[in-house]
Every structure is written in C-alpha cells, then in structure tokens.
Ligand binder design. Structure first.
Ligand SMILES: [Zn+2]
Length: 122
C-alpha cells in the first residue's frame, strides 16, 4: 500500500448509506454548474473513484435511491430515508464515482479550495 494513502469514510445523514475509499490527502474539491449540480450545490471529489475502490455499505437493502436524466449515463445516488446525495457515477468518466465531500468524515467542505467545472457548456 502507498503510505501517502488515507482511508476516508463517509455517510448520509441518517447512516443508512455508508461508503469508504482510499486516497491521498484531500485538499480540494470540484463544483459543477450543470443543471443538476447547481441545484445540489455539493462539493464533490475532484478525482474519480473506480467502482472496485469504493466500498458502499447499506444498512437496509434498498436504502439507495437513484436519479437519472437525459442520456442516463450519469447516476446520482441518494439515501431514500434522509435524502442526502452521497455520490454519483459521472458522465465524463463512465462508471467512475465522485463522492460528496460534505458526507466525508474529517473534511470541512466549506473551506476546501474548489475548482469549478463548466458542465453547463456540455
Ligand atoms: Zn440517510
């Protein structure tokens, strides 16, 4: 294991949806101005996580809601109980995840530097 890697744990508000991944220390995030991201307003990971590297744990089966639109390439997941948007699978990097940094333990998503992706232009 690369020693610079940290284990990050996250969850929705009620704890029905939990997730975990490894990455170097997170110092910045990504915002996007596309029609859905601008409404959610979440700061997401600037990197994507391959499906095999994101561990998703559901307290109850069917805890995870899925929202899709248009091409349905991107998948937006949320907890069906508390409504919190936990992660998505992107349209730019098919099947790869970005997670909502506001859900990650030990991260203050309000103070991280944020890159803005011009998703509106796509
Ligand atoms: Zn929840």
């Amino acid at each position: 294991m690369n020693t610079d890697m940290k284990r990050y744990n996250g969850s929705c508000h009620c704890g029905n949806v939990k997730f975990s991944f490894e990455h170097e220390e997170i110092k910045s995030g990504l915002r996007c101005n596309c029609s859905i991201c601008i409404r959610k307003g979440a700061l997401m990971t600037s990197f994507v996580i391959p499906p095999e590297d994101l561990t998703i744990t559901l307290k109850e089966e069917n805890s995870l809601g899925l929202y899709e639109f248009d091409s349905k390439i991107a998948h937006y997941y949320f907890c069906k109980k508390c409504g919190i948007y936990t992660f998505n699978q992107t349209s730019r990097f098919i099947d790869q995840y970005r997670v909502n940094l506001g859900c990650v333990d030990g991260i203050d998503s309000l103070v991280l530097e944020a890159e803005v992706f011009d998703g509106k232009a796509l």
